[in-house]
Design a protein around this ligand. Structure first.
Ligand code: KG4
Ligand code: ZN
Length: 375
């Protein structure tokens, strides 16, 4: 008999529930995104997020069970995100998860959201009939996090869904997360929210467009595996200030966004070649920063695999560059699919399975920890 875990995720702006069997087979995965609610503020508004989680949590869990063809009583355990994240948002999922576990008399597992992102990579690998060999380095890169871990298993070798993994933080951002830089630069350029997907496509469409600016590599004092993105964002801001010729097209795009025209096909014709060049240079700088440091860590630590997860892992140039560099370095690289890259509850259920197998359970005292660390 397989162990079926109901995962619940509510750390940020996605209310999600999923059922995963034995930590590897996704029976259902439902995500209610709040993007439409936060869009007009250009970022997540914590108060609105909590309120929306409250509205969504019950129907989302119900839908996840229905899609898995299960009754609540058939769930073997409940896994819920404990942190990091927005405290009010986390509390909605935790309170609901705790109540369900108590009412059903089933084990409760508290999950670190970041460990969830690591398991998203394993879920995808399993779907593709692959398995990641440990040790690995894992880059988690999203709107809230940019952090690099060394991941090891007690027994080196192929990761199994029940394996207890150990994490050591080897680098992290000292200021903005990479996804945050995408979102802020998109806002400066009048390209809407979230910024990652549109900048990704515009950079790919920039072809030979000449850029008026180039961004050099970011050098770090102290830990050279740390990241920094706020300098890059500020460089874009200063560049725009020094070149008032961008102003008119930015206003034109802002007006288009106001009319609800935010698709790539609608915004691309409103971008001058200089803007496309600027977007390409920005993305080159972000990708270079992320890939250089991760691959250096992989080399220094002599790992078997590179794992890349979080919303920004959906970036096409980041994926292509990692594939190329990992091949040259002789290590395997793993990404989740787009749906598993961004926040979801299947990854929470998968991470919960490994904890359950290792007897790491929570009880009714489980509380939200907005700054929970993985290592
Ligand atoms: O993991 P996620 O859904 O939520 C957080 O935990 O933050 O990540 C969302 C972030 C946003 O900042 C968004 O702009 C970025 O991921 N993102 C991308 C792409 N798709 C989403 N960044 C770059 N390229 C993309 N294709
Ligand atoms: Zn996340």
């Amino acid at each position: 008999m397989s162990v079926r875990i109901l995962g619940i995720e509510s750390s940020c702006d996605e209310t999600a529930a999923a059922v995963v069997a034995d930590g590897q087979e996704i029976l259902s995965s439902v995500v209610a995104s709040q993007i439409e609610i936060h869009r007009k503020y250009g970022g997540v508004v914590p108060e609105l997020a909590s309120r929306e989680h409250l509205r969504q949590i019950v129907p989302v869990v119900r839908e996840a069970l229905a899609q898995a063809g299960m009754q609540l009583a058939e769930v073997d355990a409940i896994g819920v995100t404990q942190g990091p994240g927005l405290v009010g948002a986390l509390l909605v999922g935790i309170t609901y998860g705790k109540t369900l576990a108590e009412a059903l008399g089933k084990p409760l597992v508290g999950v670190n959201h970041l460990e969830g992102h690591v398991h998203a990579v394993f879920l995808e690998a399993h779907k593709a009939g692959r398995a990641a060999k440990m040790p690995a380095v894992c880059l988690i890169v999203s709107g809230g996090h940019t952090v690099l871990y060394e991941v090891t298993a007690e027994e080196p070798g192929v990761q199994d869904s029940g394996t207890r993994l150990r994490y050591r933080k080897v680098g992290q951002t000292r200021d903005d997360a990479a996804g945050e830089a995408y979102d802020k630069v998109a806002k400066l350029l009048g390209l809407g929210y979230p910024g990652g997907p549109i900048l990704d496509r515009l950079a790919a469409a920039s072809n030979g467009a000449t850029a008026l600016v180039k961004f050099g590599p970011t050098k770090m004092k102290g830990n050279s595996l740390d990241f920094s993105f706020s300098g890059l964002k500020t460089a874009v801001l200063y560049h725009l200030r020094e070149h008032p010729e961008y102003n008119e097209e930015i206003r034109t795009r802002e007006a288009a966004l106001q009319r609800g025209e935010r698709k790539f096909e609608e915004l691309k014709p409103l971008c001058s070649p200089q803007t496309l060049g600027l977007v390409r240079e920005f993305q080159n700088a972000v990708v270079r920063n992320l890939v250089e440091r991760t691959m250096r860590a992989a080399e220094e630590l002599g790992v078997e695999s590179v794992l890349v997860s979080g919303g920004v892992a959906a970036n096409s140039q980041l994926r292509a560059t990692f594939e190329e560099r990992a091949k040259a370095a002789g290590v395997a690289v793993f990404f989740p699919s787009r749906a598993l890259s961004t926040d979801n509850a299947a990854m929470i259920a998968a991470a919960a399975y490994a904890r359950l197998r290792n007897g790491i359970l929570a009880d009714s005292r489980l509380n939200a920890d907005p700054s929970l660390v993985l290592a």
